[in-house]
Design a protein around this ligand. Structure first.
Ligand SMILES: O=C(O)CCc1cccc(O)c1
Length: 536
């Protein structure tokens, strides 16, 4: 069979790519060796960036409805005394920044999401055996349950097939880094009666532990195992129950154990995120300890990045070179999060009592100083993606190019208040702040943006006069009802034309007088096969 994109692995990252390709109209096949969603204890935290991606899949409110919003992460000492709190306020990207969730529930909705698309085909109980690349595409050999094999011919392949990725091995990529020595018992209970509405990380030199409030009565516990404790002993229900009672002074009846498993933590990043027409995403490309709840979120960022680039090449005639920017953009940020999670693990698990005291003293001191308390509380230590090279024009920390763009509410011309991305649509947007961008683009520039399929938006200051409420017929008029663009422009003066990519990253900005120069430069960053610039 033929397909445009073959995705190997139907976990959250793979299925998110499938949903996005569904939205972008790309013929996609997604395979997984398992008959169903894996029921191990897995991810528990979804951030605002991922929710924005699910929104782009057309599933934002639906998946968010199952989550506990704005869940704080609190650090305690082993006596259950609070040391520090992370609870960021504000929703710069249009969604709460920290949310707890049940992974099987999210995956069920994401899988249901792909059923909307006739051009996306999910095939279970199919295992990738081999890949052969040629200039025409990739030939994948896939084994089915009955022992037969089938061939899938795809233009491109994405390996989202987890930490033990077959795709990674077949393209000769290597996970660099290390596996940490400690083992952790991870337990989910159901019908929990323990009231602690937050994620708690308990710092201890003898046995660091974790308790996380999950939706619908579930609760996650994690305990570091000692060297003399075997996996088999520690997953026994009586042993698990004793650990929970001992560490949380729990005296009431013990609710049901849903699942338990022993994990080792890995801090690893693939030496490359692709080879030719094959790409790696999610755990196939990077593995991190769970401490900051970013493992799955990193994979969702990969999904958003690779999906629009594949669609741009397949559907919009972008040059294939665009696909090289995927690894350029994603690898550094994935590594930054692996490093952060690894460092946090060291904070939670001091080796000595003295180390425990130092952490306790240090975190309490940080709580007393407003600037450092705010640094933790507002999660300012989280490395935000910033693409210094890739499909971006002249990125600089000063002009915000290369960073995820804000998502304020806006008001449509017919008075509906919606999130910006709903107004922007699925693809590129060229936004004019208080101007119609089309008025400042010459025919060549207009031709470029139209060939790319970009939509023009005119973002008027809120409650603007009638003289500003006009635009060309294919420019969408919007009101900056929440003042998001006003505030953004205050920090980014003299830039009233913005280009936002489908993954909601700012690709370019300029002053209106430079709109044609910007367009010509951008057409070199993202060349289109159908578009050759007629230079002036
Ligand atoms: O960010 C959160 O709310 C929890 C992150 C976390 C911490 C410790 C273990 C774990 O599995 C997730």
């Amino acid at each position: 069979m033929n397909t445009e994109v073959l995705i190997v692995g139907a976990g959250p990252c793979g299925v998110t790519i499938a949903n996005l390709l569904g939205v972008y109209g790309v013929k996609t096949t997604i395979i997984d060796r398992a008959p169903d969603i894996i029921d191990y204890p897995r991810g528990v935290g979804v951030d605002d960036e991922s929710l924005r991606v699910f929104q782009s899949c057309g599933l934002g409110p639906e998946v968010h409805a199952d989550m506990i919003q704005n869940q704080a992460l609190i650090w305690f000492d082993s006596n259950l005394t609070k040391l520090a709190e992370i609870a960021p306020s504000g929703q710069p990207f249009g969604w709460p920044r920290r949310n707890s969730f049940l992974q099987p529930m999210l995956e069920t909705k994401l899988r249901r999401g792909v059923e909307r698309f006739d051009h996306v085909d999910l095939r279970l109980e199919r295992e990738l055996v081999d890949l052969k690349q040629s200039s025409d595409g990739v030939e994948a050999t896939v084994a089915t349950l009955d022992g037969s094999t089938e061939t899938i011919f795809a233009q491109y392949v994405v390996g989202a097939d987890g930490g033990r990725s077959t795709v990674r091995k077949l393209i000769g990529a290597v996970l660099e880094g290390k596996t940490l020595p400690a083992r952790w018992l991870v337990v989910d209970i159901k019908d929990s009666t323990y009231h602690a509405p937050f994620s708690g990380n308990y710092i201890s030199s003898s046995r660091p532990f974790v308790s996380i409030d999950l939706p619908f009565g579930y609760r996650r516990f994690e305990f570091r195992l000692n060297d003399d404790e075997t996996d088999e002993q520690m997953v026994q229900p009586e042993r698990v129950e004793q650990l929970i009672r001992d560490h949380f002074n729990w005296t009431g009846p013990m609710p049901g154990l849903e699942r338990s498993r022993v994990y080792s933590h890995h801090s690893r990043v693939a030496d490359r995120f692709g080879n030719g027409k094959v790409f790696l995403a999610g755990d196939a490309a990077h593995l991190q300890p769970p401490w900051f709840g970013q493992g799955m979120n990193s994979g969702i960022r990969d999904a958003a990045n690779v999906a629009w680039k594949l669609a741009a090449v397949i559907r919009h005639g972008a040059s294939e070179g665009l696909l090289e920017t995927y690894g350029q953009e994603r690898r550094g940020h994935a590594r930054a999060l692996v490093e952060l999670a690894t460092t946090l693990g060291k904070v939670y698990g001091p080796r000595t009592k003295l180390g425990e005291k130092v952490r306790s003293y240090g975190l309490r001191a940080m709580q007393r100083i407003p600037a450092t308390r705010d640094y933790l509380l507002q999660m300012k230590f989280k490395p935000m993606p910033y693409y210094e090279q890739g499909a971006v024009l002249e990125p600089s920390p000063k002009n915000a190019v290369g960073k995820m763009f804000i998502q304020p509410d806006v008001e449509t011309a017919d008075g509906r208040r919606i999130k910006l991305d709903e107004a922007a649509g699925d693809w590129f947007t060229v936004i004019g702040i208080n101007i119609d961008p089309a008025d400042h683009l010459d025919p060549e520039s207009l031709r470029y943006w139209r060939s790319l399929g970009a939509r023009f938006l005119r973002m008027n200051r809120s409650r603007a006069g009638q003289h500003l409420r006009q635009a060309a017929s294919d420019t969408t008029l919007l009101d900056d009802v929440q003042g998001g663009f006003r505030d953004w422009a205050r920090g980014n003066r003299n830039r009233d034309i913005l280009v936002v990519r489908p993954d909601r990253y700012l690709a370019a900005t300029c002053a209106r007088g430079d709109a044609n120069i910007m367009t010509r430069s951008f057409s070199e960053v993202l060349p289109l096969k159908s578009f050759t610039l007629i230079s002036n």
